[in-house]
Design a protein around this ligand. Structure first.
Ligand code: SAH
Length: 213
């Protein structure tokens, strides 16, 4: 598959849709206008890649809806060189958005099939996250902590304590919390012990699964 003018035009339209839905961050919108989302999907979905919808990516997982990606990313208020941990690499689209904002990205995926496929895809596309790890996102990445931001891209039945503890003071955790439907929740670490919590609306994600082993 190639990236063409037609795709670029569709991306611009998608960004306009996101503006109407309330996304205001220029850098996030620029990421949406730039990243070839159709290349993150199987070719059967190519024609739909620039609709504001989630799509299957195999292994019962989905690429998040562009609005959701933009909304979560905006909440992180990323500055260049910020260290960001992503839980749920999936197709890698959210990772590419974080990289476009010049973040240093560490990403974890627990589905081996997707992990392998997406890791290869990053190499092919010349996307360069600092680390792509196969593992359980509930544990975070203690060896690389602390992070300026942590983004969870699957629905968490509870907030993993490890993720809270791996935030810098001033850092932000964006996590959809809930079982059937999720409340987008933003935690800002105010001090070693204090976290500010904001709830920012209802979303629907595939579940954040805890490893049984
Ligand atoms: N950011 C992805 C969204 C993929 S959907 C994208 O833009 O495409 C959520 C992903 O979280 C799935 O790939 C799923 O396998 C993964 N996931 C679920 N539980 C997880 C866990 N405990 N640790 C890491 N990844 C997990």
């Amino acid at each position: 598959m190639k990236d063409t003018h037609k795709h670029k035009g569709m991306r611009n339209q998608l960004a306009d849709v996101l503006v109407v839905k309330g996304i205001a961050d220029k850098n996030v919108l620029d990421a949406i206008r730039t990243i070839p989302r159709h290349l993150f999907l199987d070719s059967g979905f190519e024609d739909h890649a620039y609709q504001d919808k989630a799509f299957p990516i195999g292994a019962e997982q989905t690429i998040s809806q562009p609005y959701t990606v933009a909304f979560q990313t905006e909440l992180l208020q990323i500055k260049p060189n910020d260290k960001i941990l992503e839980i749920g690499t999936g197709s890698g689209y959210q990772t590419a958005v974080l990289l476009h904002l010049k973040a240093k990205v560490y990403t974890i995926e627990r589905q081996q099939e997707l992990f392998k496929k997406t890791k290869l895809f990053f190499t092919k596309m010349n996307y360069r996250p600092k680390k792509v790890v196969f593992g359980d996102g509930y544990k975070g990445m203690p060896e690389e902590a602390p992070f300026d931001g942590i983004i969870v891209t699957a629905g968490a039945p509870k907030v993993p304590k490890a993720l809270m503890s791996q935030l810098k003071v001033g850092g932000k955790l964006v996590i959809p919390v809930g079982v059937d439907s999720q409340t987008m929740t933003l935690f800002t670490r105010k001090s070693e012990k204090e976290f500010e919590k904001q709830e920012l609306g209802a979303f629907r994600f595939v579940p954040l699964l805890e490893n049984k082993n």
